[in-house]
Design a protein around this ligand. Structure first.
Ligand SMILES: Cc1cc2nc3c(=O)[nH]c(=O)nc-3n(C[C@H](O)[C@H](O)[C@H](O)COP(=O)(O)O)c2cc1C
Length: 201
């Protein structure tokens, strides 16, 4: 069965502008994939814990040597990874917060990047194990940054997904949402139109 994973990362949960755009993409996509399975993971409603030394050490400890706490920590990460592995299509709502990705998404990334599990190091650089997936990302922000030095989150997210082996990645932007009502409306309409085209592709 085809599976789509929607990741909401906005602090406003499903009410975030990025979450709304991702949701509309899912609804459009479902019209072409009526039997698909949809998973919605909301990182504001169910936050992934911040990565710390204890959690990272649990990942590095060989399975047979893990304490019960380390087993719990690793099982939680394994669950997130299994969900990601199931997905053929991943859509992410990606607001810009303080010139960065939401900390909720960073915590999620920190729990699904596991050497030997989702990628491996080779002499030619890392190789990701989650190949053959498609990602569509709805990037919303108050200002306008495309083409400027302040546009760093696109590169970060693209690089991270590549680490996992996900290279079919498309970004849909809604910029200048804090500028004025007209800009906001035009940008959201445009993002919806682009999203609808991508959902039908
Ligand atoms: C905590 C916070 C930090 C923000 N930082 C920025 C920023 O650095 N640059 C920017 O252009 N907009 C910034 N914004 C505006 C958001 O990017 C914009 O409102 C976006 O549409 C929010 O998406 P969301 O509704 O999905 O959370 C910030 C908003 C919040 C709540």
């Amino acid at each position: 069965m085809t599976t789509l994973l929607q990741l909401n990362t906005s602090v406003f949960s499903e009410n975030g502008q990025s979450s709304q755009l991702a949701k509309e993409f899912v609804e459009n996509w479902q019209r072409q994939h009526t039997n698909a399975s949809i998973i919605v993971r909301d990182l504001a409603a169910n936050p992934v814990p911040h990565l710390n030394g204890e959690r990272f050490k649990a990942f590095l400890t060989p399975a047979e040597q893990r304490t019960s706490t380390q087993q719990e920590i690793t099982a939680y990460s394994d669950g997130l990874i299994d969900e990601l592995k199931q997905a053929d299509v991943i859509t992410i709502g990606l607001p810009l917060y303080n010139y960065g990705i939401p900390s909720s998404l960073q915590a999620y990334f920190d729990h699904v990047a596991r050497a030997g599990v989702t990628f491996k190091y080779t002499a030619n650089g890392p190789v990701g194990f989650l190949q053959g997936k498609r990602a569509v990302i709805f990037a919303t922000r108050g200002g306008k940054y495309i083409g400027s030095n302040n546009e760093s989150v696109t590169t970060q997210v693209r690089n991270f997904l590549k680490l996992l082996g996900i290279t079919d990645v498309e970004f849909v932007y809604a910029e200048g949402l804090s500028l004025d009502a007209t800009t906001r409306e035009q940008e959201l309409i445009h993002a919806r139109e682009v999203g609808a085209k991508l959902a039908a592709a």
